[in-house]
Design a protein around this ligand. Structure first.
Ligand code: SF4
Ligand code: MSK
Length: 654
């Protein structure tokens, strides 16, 4: 394997890495070689929670002479367990805060739009509005759409500052799951309250019992999954439309040499939605023609891409590790960013070429970028100004433009409501056909594969290898975030992929319904859709009465973000076995790791796992799925499916 092949399995990425080197432009791939991670920080054994530290308590290489483990404490006496748990919990708090602050922004815009204060946004999905209103315990009766929407907006915002009681969407979970949470005392109150309390608990000299810290972290994470993230997904769907299957294309080849290329990067769909709506305005198109461009090519990057792809089928330039490389093509006239996952190095890479890096969110400024703040009350004006800025930069392109030709078609847009509809049809929409196919063994189980890219492992390789192995073994995959983009680039997000890559059982179901074996469910806040899909499967019957009973597992083998830890922890606290790759942040404490990997299964009925090798990770997940099938008494059905020739012919004929 060449050095470049160790960096990425994606040919477009490799060709742009060659170009970056030729252009003398440093990227994250170079820095990953020159700077190695701190081993003490990586295992969660460094505490810098007060100025007497940082205190480092690395795991001993071997036990001391008495056979006991050496007592490791910081200056204040905080044990390695406390330090490890605190570090983990703070990642959960930060991840929850990121998703939820995004959600709060959406809720504020939603309320303003409902009141008619923002002309660009209105209620697009009335059906979902009614559903969400009911779940927020809002009376519908004879009230107008506007009245209901205003109350939905107000109640959603109140969920952040709620001081007591329970976050309302937690009542969407299966009844048994709610009982488990109540018994453990982890039903979240308000989103902000849980984040603040977790930061307090992990302050120097507060909660110094690792079990207590990690239980509190679960409460905070649940405030993300069943609170902030879920609010964000639902309100975005009501405002911009619930995704339905749509064809799109992905990879750096979506950039066009003869167009003004504008890359929308980050997470919030607000500005991208307005950019899409104004891009064809006559004055914008005329300005583009005046500089000699054939038009304006709007494309996405990271989860902003997922948002506009799911709702408009707009092209996607790439996932997290490709953000610098889009600029390296020399053809990006503006990269417009909002919040999260935007590397500061973009400013430096942009200087190597002609790209204008434009920040738009008051929370996320980058030294060296042009700041053009998005104000939703003047949304179209701001969007047009940004597009004109990109147009005016077209003439500054340097001659060294090279756009890889790689693009792949993908079918995306599988919200949990859409899956419901596709499985059952409009008159009998239901998850029951999915359950039936799990019970009869054609589908072995369900896997949620989510999360980022990580420059410490070969770009796209762990996620892709894992997902291919899962679908080959008849496990249907629900994907989101940058992992879903990996699938798109590899051609797994088309119905034809079922025949090419899936096991015969899963392929037969996909072919009958006309869906890919990997369903793209959206951006990283949209992992709440996976919670809802899991809940719908439980409620459809026949597979137990809790999420933890399902033959299901989750994974994020290329995770890097604190948001990923929050997501993983809310999946575990919701009863899902969740496997991470790359590195595990509590290896400094055997006790903490055991609590998360084993003991949580006795309380939360879900647990964490770690496995960097994707084939071994797939094996762990499939073993877990089979264990659950056995507990449900449906393991025999699968054996029959595997060995019964009549059944096989029937599948082939389907
Ligand atoms: Fe060290 Fe304790 Fe301060 Fe952490 S809180 S830096 S362990 S003294
Ligand atoms: S963008 S959080 S790298 S999935 Fe959501 Fe991708 Fe992870 Fe960012």
């Amino acid at each position: 394997m060449s050095d470049l092949e160790k960096k990425s399995i994606d040919p477009a990425t490799i060709s742009m890495l060659k170009k970056a080197a030729a252009d003398g432009c440093e990227t994250i791939f170079d820095r990953a070689e020159s700077m190695k991670p701190c081993p003490i920080g990586a295992e969660g054994s460094c505490c810098k929670n007060c100025a007497m530290g940082p205190c480092r308590v690395p795991a001993p290489k071997k036990k001391d002479a008495s056979g006991d483990k050496a007592k490791r404490t910081g200056l204040c006496g905080a044990t390695a367990e406390t330090i490890s748990a605190r570090n983990f919990a703070r990642m959960v708090a930060a991840g929850t805060a990121a998703h939820s602050d995004h959600a709060r922004g959406v809720a504020e815009v939603f309320l303003a739009a409902a009141k008619g204060e923002i002309k660009e946004f209105s209620i697009k999905d009335e059906q979902k509005l009614y559903q969400v209103a009911a779940d927020l315990e809002i009376e519908i009766g004879e009230r107008s759409i506007q009245e209901i929407a205003i109350e939905v907006g107000r109640k959603a915002i109140a969920e952040f500052g709620r001081q007591e009681g329970e976050i309302l969407f937690t009542k969407r979970a299966p009844a048994k799951r709610q009982d488990i949470w109540r018994k453990l005392g982890v039903v979240p109150r308000g989103v902000d309250r849980e984040v603040v309390e977790l930061m307090h608990r992990t302050h120097m000299g507060v909660d110094q019992d690792y079990k207590s810290i990690l239980t509190a972290a679960a409460r905070c994470a649940l405030a993300d999954g069943w609170g902030g993230s879920m609010i964000s997904t639902d309100l975005q769907d009501i405002l911009f439309g619930n995704p339905v299957p749509v064809l799109g294309e992905i990879n750096l080849g979506v950039l066009k040499k003869d167009h003004v290329n504008v890359v929308m990067h980050g997470h919030e769909p607000l500005l991208p939605e307005v950019l899409v709506s104004v891009v064809n305005a006559p004055e914008i198109q005329q300005a583009a023609a005046a500089v000699g461009a054939k038009g304006i090519n709007l494309v996405g990057m990271c989860c902003s891409a997922n948002e506009i792809l799911m709702r408009h089928g707009l092209p996607v330039a790439g996932n997290f590790l490709q953000q610098e490389l889009a600029i390296v093509t020399g053809a990006v006239d503006a990269m417009v960013v909002d919040v999260q996952c935007e590397m500061q190095s973009l400013a430096q890479v942009a200087k190597c070429y002609h790209t204008k890096l434009i920040t738009t969110n008051p929370r996320a400024k980058i030294d060296g970028a042009l700041h053009m703040e998005f104000d939703e009350h003047h949304a179209s004006d701001v969007a047009k100004t940004i597009l004109l800025e990109a147009v005016s930069n077209y003439k500054n392109r340097k001659p060294n433009i090279d756009i890889p030709s790689n693009t792949t078609d993908q079918v995306v847009g599988f919200s949990y409501e859409t899956i419901n509809y596709l499985l059952g049809g409009v008159f009998r929409a239901s998850y029951r056909p999915l359950n039936d196919n799990i019970i009869n063994g054609r589908i072995r189980g369900i896997a949620g594969v989510v999360g980022c890219n990580n420059a410490r492992v070969t770009h796209d390789d762990p996620n892709l290898t894992l997902i291919k192995e899962l679908i080959k073994n008849d496990v249907i995959v629900l994907a989101s975030g940058c992992a879903a983009m990996t699938c798109g680039k590899a051609g797994l997000l088309t119905p034809e992929a079922a025949k090419a890559y899936a096991g015969s059982g899963l392929a037969s179901v996909c072919e009958a319904v006309g869906i890919p074996p990997v369903l793209h469910m959206g951006s990283c806040v949209d992992n709440s859709r996976i919670l809802m899909a899991a809940t719908a499967v439980v409620k459809a019957g026949g597979l137990g009465d809790d999420i933890s009973d399902l033959p299901a597992a989750g994974a994020a083998l290329e995770w890097m973000s604190e948001k990923a830890v929050a997501i993983g922890h809310y999946f575990v606290a919701s009863g899902v076995y969740t496997v991470f790759g790359v590195t595990w942040p509590t290896t400094g404490s055997d006790e903490v790791t055991k609590l998360l990997f084993e003991d949580f299964e006795n309380t939360f009925k879900g647990k964490w796992g770690f496995e960097a090798d994707p084939l071994k990770a797939a094996k762990l997940m499939i073993e877990h799925i089979d264990k659950k099938r056995k507990a449900l008494g449906i393991d025999k059905a699968r054996e029959r499916v595997l060995f019964d020739m009549a059944k096989r012919r029937e599948i082939e004929a389907a």
